[in-house]
Design a binder for this molecule. Structure first.
Ligand code: HPA
Ligand code: ZN
Length: 351
């Protein structure tokens, strides 16, 4: 791809929107829009602390990760039945398809629901049914990654894994999310070792608010295959070399990072530095209903705020998203062929 640098900047937003891409860091409970929260609350007879959709949306002003998590867990309390999980995931898949997402690996937090008495079977069956429907009706392939809540104990994570294993065919891996500070990856060493024995893929949030040391231990102790966020890795040059040498993917979430005050502004984001250092960085939406937009919004706003990013970076980010996915090599190659074709079309139109 030689003439990428010649694409006029005015063409960039359309290129970013139209290019096929994978999303690898989306908490499905974080796609729950206020309108759907109110609809599910009505359907399930759940009382909400906010009088209206507008009042709820107005509360989405966060000072850090914890201030977000408190409201995110409250929002998830309206999810009760298998159909609620199906409806939530289908709403996400429809938005993803509109953004030309061809593959999405969805995080879900079973403990947020089982601790309220919702059977794990309802959670997993509803989400798995949505993945099948998305593939059939929207042409988006969806996979599920079960996340352990790191503010809870490793024993609780083991119990969650046990409860989920009868549904093993419906999820491809495990992750680690929730409050990062004070909950280092080492806390979950044994349960991740067990997941590895079971042949599950492994990812973990690290280096979002936590230090680079958490990225090291996610790699060395949990043996994860991707780092979620990982933006604080730039503070440690040896870690940056390791991530580049081993092409460990980082699932970066620019709008999330600004909403949770990891960066003061999008113009201060280090996505360009991560790419320039040779890392396999990707762009993702994290919790799009809470952070101001879905995947294309993340791409367009980030490229607008960072003038150093151009068409070459757009191509690299989309390509990285396929490379970093847990899909089979032949499938990745087919998606990259589609990506190349979409760039050829965009460049030809710009001539
Ligand atoms: N970080 C950690 N845990 C989370 C997040 C996040 O951004 N979103 C949902 N759970
Ligand atoms: Zn996340």
């Amino acid at each position: 791809m030689t003439d990428l640098d010649t694409l006029p900047r005015t063409r960039l937003p359309a290129l970013l929107r139209a290019m096929p891409k994978a999303e690898l860091h989306i908490h499905i409970e974080g796609s729950l829009e206020p309108e759907l929260i109110f609809e599910l609350a009505r359907r399930n007879g759940v009382a909400l602390a906010y009088p209206s959709v507008e009042a709820l949306r107005a509360a989405y002003a966060f000072s850090d990760l914890q201030s977000f998590l408190d409201i995110y867990y409250a929002g998830a309390s309206v999810l009760r039945n298998e159909d609620d999980f199906f409806d939530m995931a289908m709403a996400y898949f429809r938005r993803a398809a509109a953004d030309h997402v061809v593959h999405a690996e969805l995080f879900f937090d079973p403990q947020t629901h089982t601790d309220r008495g919702v059977p794990i079977a309802s959670v997993i069956r509803g989400l798995a049914r949505a993945c099948a429907a998305a593939e059939r009706d929207l042409g988006v392939s969806g996979r599920l990654i079960l996340c352990f809540l790191r503010h809870l104990s490793e024993e609780a994570a083991f119990a969650t894994l046990e409860a989920a294993l009868p549904h093993r065919e419906h999820f491809i891996g495990v992750g680690l999310d929730s409050s990062e500070r004070g909950h280092p990856p080492e806390k979950f060493a044994r349960v991740f070792a067990r997941c590895r024995e079971l042949g599950l893929h492994r990812v973990a949030h690290a280096g979002e608010e936590g230090p680079p040391a958490y990225v090291w231990s996610a790699l060395d102790v949990l043996k994860v295959e991707r780092i979620d966020h990982g933006v604080r890795s730039v503070e440690d040059p040896a870690l940056m070399r390791r991530l580049a040498d081993e092409r460990v993917p980082l699932t970066v979430c620019p709008l999330s990072n600004v909403k949770l005050c990891v960066f003061d502004a999008l113009s201060k984001h280090n996505l360009g530095a991560l790419l320039d250092a040779g890392l396999c960085a990707t762009v993702n939406s994290d919790d799009p209903a809470y952070f101001g937009g879905y995947l294309n919004q993340n791409f367009v706003e980030t490229f607008e705020a960072l003038p150093a990013l151009g068409a070459r970076h757009a191509y690299q980010l989309a390509r990285n998203s396929f490379e970093a996915s847990f899909a089979a090599p032949a499938q990745k190659a087919a998606w990259i062929d589609r990506l190349d074709a979409s760039f050829k079309t965009a460049l030809a139109a710009a001539d």
